[in-house]
Design a binder for this molecule. Sequence first.
Ligand code: MN
Length: 725
Amino acid sequence: MESFAEHYGAMYQTVNRCLPGADMERIDRAVEYARQKHKDQKRKDGSPYIIHPLAVAEIVAEMGLDMEAILGALLHDCIEDTDASFDEISKLFGKTTAELVEGVTKLTRANFSSSEEQQMENLRKMFMAMSKDIRVVLIKIADRLHNMRTMQYQTPAKQISKCRETMDIYAPLAHRLGMQKIKWELEDIALQYLDPGAYERIMNYLSAHKEQDEAFMHTIQEKVTDRLSSMGIHNTTYGRIKHVYSIYRKMTTQDKAIDELYDIYAFRVIVDTIPNCYNVLGHIHDLFNLVPGRFKDYISTPKPNMYQSLHTTVIGNQGIPFEVQIRTWEMHETAEYGIAAHWKYKQGGAAGDEKDFEWVRRLLESQQDTDAEDYVVSLKIDMFDDEVFVFTPRGKIVSLPAGSTPIDFAYMIHSGVGNALVGAKVNNRICNIDTPLENGDIVEIITSKSAKGPSRDWLNICKSNQARTKIKQWFKKEKREENIAHGKASFEAEMKRLQLPMSALSDGELEAQLLKKLAFDNWDDMYAAIGYGGLTAAKAVGRIRDDINRATRAPVDKNTNPLKTVEDTRQNRHAVNGVIVEDIDSCMIKFSRCCTPVPGDAIVGFITKGFGVSIHRADCPNTVHRDDPRQAARWVRVRWASQDEQPFETTLELDCITRDGLLLDVATAMTTARIRVRELSGKDLPGGRSVFTVRFEVKNVAELEAVRNRLLNIRDVTGSRRGQN
Ligand code: MN
C-alpha cells in the first residue's frame, strides 16, 4: 500500500524543481479537489485512488510541461470516474485545464486495441486526431506509464491486453515525439508481461555479468574522461547497458543468443558546444579502433523526431565493441524529453515563441512522411482534420473524409453493403444514415435483401468520392428507364430556361452535329447519363447552346445591331447564363476573359459587334472607357439572376515559393473542395518563385473566396490574384 503523503511529497518536490515559481496554492486546490472526488475509490492494490493522479502529475512535471498540464494530470480521471463536470473544472481551474481533462477522457473511452498490423498506423493517427492538443497526448502517455509501473496488480488477461496496447500505440507515440526515456521504460515493462521467459533470461544474464560489465564500462569511461580533461574539454561521460527490449529485439531479429550480441553497451559523452562534439569524435577514434560503416552524423542531419547526436562504434583493447553517442546538453534534453523539452525551453524564457512554434511544427510534420501536408500545429493538432477514423463492429478501422456518414461507411466496406443499406447503428444506437461520423465511432450497417437501393439524395449527403461513384454506378446500371425520364426532364427544363427549341434535337443534320459535340450515340444515352448524375443538364446544354443558336438564329447575326433583333415582347426579363441585361431580353451573353466575373461581383455589360453582350467586372481595367461618349451607348446595365446555380468559370493566379509537390497540393485542395478545375498550370520564375494559374468553376463570389482561402492556406502559397486575360 502506498500513501498519499509519500506521493504528494514527491509530486510537490518535482513541480518545485521542474517548474520553479509555480503557483503551488493552485496545485494544492487541484489535489484537494481530486482527492475529494476520488475519495471512495481505491487502486487495485488497495491504495487510495488519489496516488495515481499524483504520480501522473509528477511524471508530467518531470517532462517539463506547464501548469495547465500538471493541473490536467491531477484531474485527468475526474470526468471519467467521478461526478465532476467539464463546466465545474472549467470554472475552478480554467478552460484550458478543463479541455485537457476532457481530451484525456475521450482517449480513455476510446478503444485502441486492434490486432492487425496495418491498422496500427491508423490507430496512432486516430489517437493524435482525437487529442487536438499535444499536451493531452503527453498526459495520456504519463497516465499509461504509471499504469504500467503498477501493472502487477492487474489480472493476467488485463496485463496482456494493456501491454500489447502499450507496444502498439504508446511506445511508438513516445518514440515519434522523441521521448526515448519513456519509450524504453514502456517497452521494458511491456516485455516483462508479453514474453516473461525471455525477459527473465536477459535479466539473469545481465545480473550475472553485472560486475564484469561495470568494470568494463568504468575502464572505458576513465580512459575517455582522462583524455578529454587533459585536452581541456569539459565533459560528462558515462556508460550504460542498452535497455532490455532493445537487446530482446536484437536477439530476435538477428536470431542470436545474448552473448553473441555485439554492442549492448552504449556510452554517452555530453559536452557544451557542437564543435566539441566533433573534437570528442576525433579523440574517440584516436583512442579506440573504429568499426567501419557505423558512424552516423545526426547533428548535421537530425532524425525526424529531432534527435541529434554523433554515433560511432569502436572496439577497445578487450575486443568488446561499444557504441559512443556524442551530444550537447541541449541535444541531450531533446533526446530524453522530445517534444516536451519544448516547454522547458519556453519556460526558460530564452527562446522566442516563434522559434518554439517552428520546433513543434517541424517535429510533428517530419513524422508524416507521405501523409497529407495541410495541417497546422501550434499547441493544437489539426493534422488529421480532413479525415475521420471509425471502427467496424469487429474492430477494423476505416478512414473516411471528415464529415462522412454511414452511407460513406457502407460503400467503403462494399458496394453491395451500400446498395442494401436500410439503416445504421452508431455506437450501438440506431441513428440516421446522414449522421456525420466522429473519430472512434463504432459503425454498424443494417442491410436488407429487399432494400430498394440507394436514393438520389444520397449523392448530396455522402462525402467520399468512392460512395458517390458507386451510387452513380448503381443508377447507371439498375435504373436506365428512370434515368432517361429523369434526365430528359432536367434537360428540357434547362433548354426551356435558355429558350432553346427542343425541335433542334430532331433536326436532321443539326441533330448529328449536336450528338457528336456531346459525344453520345443517341439522346436516350445522354438522358440516362444526366439521370444517373454522370453529366449535368446545364453542362450538356452549355455544350450545344452555341450550335443551336447559330443554326436557329442565323439571320439575327447578320444584322449590324444585335439590339434591334431581340424580340422584346415580354415584360419579364429572362436570365441568360445567369445574367439579366436591363432592357434587353434573350440576347447572347458571354463572360469576358479579361476579368472572369462570377455571381456576386458588381458587373457591367458591353454590346459587342455581332457577339451579344460581354460581361465585365465593374472594376475591370477594360471598363475605364465607360464614360467615353463615343462608346457610352454600348455600355448597358446588367445584373445577376439571383436564383441561378449555374457554375461560372474564373481564374486565380497564385504566387508561390517553388517547391516539389506544390502543384499536387493545389490540385488536392481543389479536389477536396469539390471544385471543377478546367486548367491548372504553373511556371517557375527566377529567384525560387513560381506562379500557378488555376481556371475553375464556382457558383458565386462566396465560393470563390472560400476556394481562395483554401489555396492561400497551402504551405508556400504566398499570394493570389483574380486572373487577367
Ligand atoms: Mn488514469
